[in-house]
Design a protein. Structure first.
Length: 232
């Protein structure tokens, strides 16, 4: 009788495992051990306490939908060990490195072949940010109304997408963001751009029915303030 009950218990356990697998519950065999590090793109210095969010991408290749698959962080040495639980029907995975005032947000897309092959030797790189300010000042009194647009690109990326900027106005504020019309204009745009890269600032001035474009290029150095000054 005892032997019979043991057989029943084993059969029940096998049935439970079968139901777990076939109902989308992730088993130990559906995980991949990951090991790696996060580094500064230029200096190759390891970055500690960096959060990484993992998303499984499901759906058709032209319309992939991200599904949260987990989250982990690098340790004090800038390295990580993490067990990735596979997302059902996900062949691609995003490894999203959270940005802050020191480093820009980054997404690394890997497929299951790459993850299975190189999952124990992963390296993710982050791009350093540095302080950047654009000062503008209207010196001309005529015409009464002219219009100035300001934009900037850092290493070919739209500067406005890299970091939340702040505009300080000591005169007439912009009527819409990054556009000033006539008046006593004296403002500073404070933001961050990629360190050790070129940033191009474009000024579009509409005056007396004519458009004039002026651009300034600056190589932004890490860990120090970088400036562009424009007077018109």
């Amino acid at each position: 009788m005892v032997k019979f009950l043991n057989i029943i218990k084993v059969a029940a356990s096998l049935l439970v495992c079968f139901l777990f697998v076939h109902n989308g519950v992730i088993s130990a065999q559906e995980t991949i051990l990951l090991k790696g590090k996060v580094l500064d793109e230029n200096t190759r210095i390891l970055i500690p306490r960096r959060t990484i969010i993992v998303e499984g991408l499901v759906g058709s290749y032209n319309k992939l939908i991200p599904v949260h698959a987990g989250q982990f962080s690098t340790d004090l040495s800038g390295c990580f060990t993490y067990t990735l639980r596979k997302v059902k029907d996900a062949y691609f995975y995003n490894f999203c490195l959270v940005g802050d005032s020191a480093y820009a947000f980054s997404i690394n897309k890997l497929d299951l072949i790459e993850i299975s092959k190189d999952g124990m030797f992963l390296s993710f790189y982050l791009r350093k940010l540095t302080d950047f300010a654009i000062t503008i000042e209207r010196k001309s009194k005529t015409p009464v109304r002219d219009t100035l647009y300001v934009s900037w690109v850092s290493d070919e990326a739209d500067g406005k997408t890299l970091y939340q900027d702040q505009i300080e106005n000591y005169g007439v504020p912009p009527d819409i963001r990054y556009r000033w019309i006539g008046g006593n204009v004296k403002s500073v745009i404070r933001t961050k751009t990629y360190a050790d890269k070129k940033t191009i600032v474009c000024f579009e001035l509409f005056r007396n029915g004519k458009k004039k474009e002026i651009s300034e290029t600056i190589f932004c150095i890490r860990d120090i303030p970088n400036y562009v000054n424009f007077k018109y």
